[in-house]
Design a protein around this ligand. Structure first.
Ligand code: FES
Length: 247
């Protein structure tokens, strides 16, 4: 018989049967519980919970976490019944699902975990949305909407690049400094502030305009050459620790 996971949060409780070979995060997401998560590899600390009853084993080790211990749901499995308490109500983190009429006019798999979806909606359809949230609800884990983030270093440690396709002239966006200080390459449009941080092809990529094609090409170029992205990130890190930006 499959073990049972009981997820508790301030405004609710849900019971899930799971396979002992899957992580508790995977079991929760499969059951439709939108547990906050991002990296799914133990870096971002978004999927934290506390064991109320039972125990869980950290994947790839013999270490177990029992009642009162906190754990990252993406990093643990369990072979017996377990009860976990989440600090936040998952239904408050992501808005409840809504159905919209739409016609899909293009669906392309750009990489193993990246899809591009094009759709049109009726002319008067009012779409008030934050990029990613609807697709996230349908295809858990492919696009993740983070909501408010107060631990930027943890978030930035979980990504490979930062993309800011701004469409107007800006100063130096703070996210550029945060990204460079975390050793990440930056992809951005060409505006004065971008030129102060990004040396095209050295610490990041400057694209001509914020269109899907330019953004896609730049992201895929780094995705397909991870070493190049890492080298750019290292150079960006040197930039923030030197005097270049302080001049
Ligand atoms: S999703 Fe679990 S630590 Fe990032």
């Amino acid at each position: 018989m499959m073990p049972t996971l009981i997820m508790n949060w301030p405004a609710g409780e849900q019971l899930v049967h799971f396979d002992k070979n899957e992580t508790l995060l995977s079991a929760a997401l499969k059951a439709g519980i939108p547990v906050e998560n991002s990296c799914q590899r133990g870096d971002c600390q978004r999927c934290i919970g506390v064991v109320r009853q039972g125990s869980a084993r950290i994947s790839g080790s013999d270490e177990t976490i029992g009642p009162g211990g906190s754990l990252l749901l993406c990093q643990v499995k369990s072979s017996s019944d377990i009860e976990i308490e989440l600090a936040h109500d998952p239904n408050e983190i992501l808005p409840p699902p809504k159905l919209y009429q739409a016609k899909i006019i293009g669906l392309e798999r750009l990489a193993s975990d990246v899809i591009r979806l094009e759709m049109v909606t009726p002319k008067r359809q009012y779409l008030d949305y934050i990029g990613g949230q609807y697709i996230d609800l349908i295809r858990h884990g492919i696009i993740r909407y983070h909501g408010y983030v107060d631990d930027m270093p943890a978030l930035l440690r979980s990504v490979d690049a930062v993309v800011l396709p701004s469409s107007y002239p800006e100063g130096i966006p703070k996210i550029f400094l945060e990204a460079a200080a975390c050793g990440l390459p930056i992809i951005s449009t060409d505006f004065p502030g971008a030129r102060r941080v990004i040396e095209d092809g050295v610490t990041g990529v400057i694209i001509k305009s914020p269109t899907v094609d330019y953004i896609e090409t730049a992201i895929l170029a780094l995705y397909n050459q991870p070493d190049r992205g890492r080298q750019m990130g290292e150079k960006a890190l040197v930039l923030t620790s030197g005097s270049v930006l302080g001049d």
